[in-house]
Design a protein around this ligand. Structure first.
Ligand SMILES: C[S@@+](CC[C@H](N)C(=O)[O-])C[C@H]1O[C@@H](n2cnc3c(N)ncnc32)[C@H](O)[C@@H]1O
Length: 249
């Protein structure tokens, strides 16, 4: 049996009450519509939302597919998702309690960084039907220029995070799990860093360390993130939306 990390559950238990307001991307309708467009769901499809959280991704698929199943490990998060998800399953993504080839579409936004990501993506491909599509949607560093500073910012915001990515890492995860026809799409989310760091699960000293990284950021970081530091710190954060398919046999 797969054992989940108690630090991850504790982090999201502490964040659950204000999760939906803890970033501008969380409930961003444009990002939601982009994910739907790229996964191209059909009315007869079954969708699996891995690490569904409060259901803010599933919300955009509501009424577009026949059934939405959500899987997550934090009760305080998924207990808020009932309006958007038909069936909620408490289970780790690394050991999905579903038969092989049972979903037409799978989405996982901001989940795999907390997981044994290789095992989780392998599981997603196992439960995906041949010809089905999967999307990994994750905040990524732009590349070598910003990687070190950005990963430190992400680590400070959420110490339970295990993995940090550039887009190529997500492609490699899908490839290793056997996905084909992999596409890379970008989405830039403009975040007010003071709001984004106010998760309810980190202390003020970590928030100040984040501000200090922005105040002293390298020119490469500032250029890529179009980061401005005034009364409010603003960061243009990059989402990789990596879409793959399960080969038809
Ligand atoms: C940042 S939230 C993302 C929620 C949602 N996908 C969204 O984009 O709004 C991360 C979620 O991943 C869940 N999670 C973390 N590790 C997990 C695991 N191993 N299996 C399933 N869910 C997990 C957490 O409980 C939390 O609800």
């Amino acid at each position: 049996m797969y054992r989940t990390d108690p630090a991850v559950v504790e982090h999201f238990r502490a964040r659950a009450a204000r999760y939906n307001r803890s970033s501008s991307w969380a409930d961003d309708p444009v990002l939601g519509a982009r994910i739907v467009e790229l996964l191209a769901p059909e009315p007869q499809h079954r969708l699996l939302d891995v690490a569904c959280g409060t259901g803010l991704v599933s919300k955009h698929f509501r009424g577009r597919v026949a059934q939405i199943v959500g899987v997550d490990i934090t009760d305080g998060m998924f207990s808020q998702a009932g309006a958007f998800i038909d069936e909620l399953v408490a289970a780790p993504a690394e050991a999905l309690p579903f038969e092989g080839s049972s979903f037409d579409r799978i989405v996982c936004r901001q989940g795999i960084q907390f997981m044994d990501d290789e095992a989780a993506v392998r599981e997603m491909l196992r439960v995906l039907k041949p010809g089905g599509r999967v999307a990994l949607v994750n905040l990524c560093a732009y590349g070598d220029e910003d990687r070190a500073e950005y990963f430190e910012i992400l680590r400070l915001r959420n110490a339970a995070r295990r993995n940090f990515y550039v887009r190529e890492d997500l492609v490699a995860l899908l490839e290793a799990a056997g996905a084909v026809n992999i596409e890379v799409h970008d989405y830039v989310s403009v975040e007010n860093v003071d709001e984004w760091s106010n998760t309810g699960a980190i202390d003020e000293s970590a928030r100040e360390e984040i501000r200090q990284i922005y105040r002293h950021a390298s020119s490469g970081f500032v250029d890529l993130h179009a980061a401005s530091v005034g009364d409010q710190i603003v960061d243009h954060m990059l989402f990789g939306i990596i879409v793959g398919e399960k080969a038809r046999q």
